[in-house]
Design a protein around this ligand. Structure first.
Ligand code: NAP
Length: 296
């Protein structure tokens, strides 16, 4: 029989991930900072219990997932007042799917160890469409035993589930993945702008590049929204900036430069300044256009 699960944080990703747990028959308790969101979620999914606090949610569960924004929010929801760790039974396994970087993960994990619980990092790639259809990729920082214990719930939400290594290593892979994505998104935007200034047919450009050595996931996903200036949010620009910043901090700590990620960080920063924090990071095209004096 499956272990009872709690899910804390029902935003773009968490709401869809928790929905897949509910649909796969898990006994599920949910909590969200804005309580109405959790109430609305429970109204839409059978057998879901709403908890007023993270502590109440964790008291009823053996495995507690978190999907909030950053390290401060994970710390608050797990270790703050009425935090999930305050009522958790010994042996409770906390699984953080947020992208918060290895440093915060190791710090929070050490505090949970002291309380007799454990923390696994299981960040995801795939954005909201893959969260919706249960095909996320999970990169898991955990012991082998913890990894095996989590197979059932992770398979309800994901397709590719990779054990990255011990605690924190899932976060490191996630940061590198997103820094690469941001750098590539910037390069795609820059190429589109040069092509536009050169008077190219951008449909032809995208078609040829997409079948050649310049092809990429970012070209597939972001060229169209960049060209139509449709920044409907799959992944917030502000969150991408967080991830690139965390990656650069790790690089700096290790004494390893990552110039293309640093370039992407500056573009994301300019996007924030232009008011695109909550837009999709395809809005990176806005400061790039401004710098070139060329609008797609
Ligand atoms: P989001 O839409 O902003 O959702 C965050 C959720 O966390 C909100 O529902 C928020 O509640 C809730 N929350 C914050 N503090 C809380 C607390 N103390 N207690 C309970 N709930 C709390 O963010 P998202 O796009 O789902 O992203 C979540 C994480 O996944 C981030 O680390 C992001 O970098 C990562 N990620 C996102 C994507 C993507 O494509 N979106 C893909 C991969 C990874 P409120 O309703 O009160 O705001």
């Amino acid at each position: 029989m499956s272990e009872r699960v709690a899910f804390l944080g029902l935003g773009i990703m968490g709401s869809r991930m928790a929905a897949n747990l509910a649909e796969n028959g898990f006994e599920l308790t949910v909590h969200n900072r804005t309580a109405e969101t959790a109430e609305a979620f429970a109204a839409e999914h059978d057998g879901v219990t709403v908890a007023a606090t993270p502590a109440q949610a964790a008291a009823e569960a053996a495995i507690v997932f978190t999907m909030v924004v950053d390290g401060d929010q994970v710390r608050q929801v797990l270790l703050g007042e009425d935090g999930a760790a305050t009522e958790a039974a010994p042996g409770t396994l906390f699984v953080d799917c947020s992208t918060i970087g290895p440093a915060a993960t190791l710090e929070i994990g050490a505090e949970l160890d002291e309380r007799g619980s454990s923390l696994v990092d299981a960040p995801v790639t795939g954005s909201s469409p893959k969260a919706q259809d249960g095909t996320l990729t999970f990169m898991v920082g955990a012991s082998q035993a913890e990894f095996e214990r989590l197979q059932e719930p992770l398979q309800a939400m994901g397709e590719l589930i990779v054990r990255a290594g011990p605690r924190g290593q899932g976060q490191m892979i996630k940061l590198l993945n997103n820094a690469l994505a941001a750098a590539n998104c910037a390069a795609v935007g820059e190429a589109l702008i040069v092509g536009s200034r050169a008077g190219l047919d951008l449909d032809a450009l995208v078609q040829v590049v997409g079948s050649g050595a310049g092809a990429s996931t970012m070209l597939d996903l972001k060229a169209a929204p960049m060209r139509s200036h449709d920044y409907s949010t799959l992944f917030k620009l502000e969150h991408m900036l967080k991830d690139v910043r965390l990656c650069l901090e790790e690089g700096q700590r290790l004494g390893v430069p990552f110039p293309s990620a640093a370039h992407a960080r500056e573009i994301l920063c300019a996007g924030m300044g232009m008011g695109h924090a909550d837009d999709d990071f395809a809005a990176m095209i806005e400061p790039l256009q401004g710098g070139a004096g060329e609008r797609l």
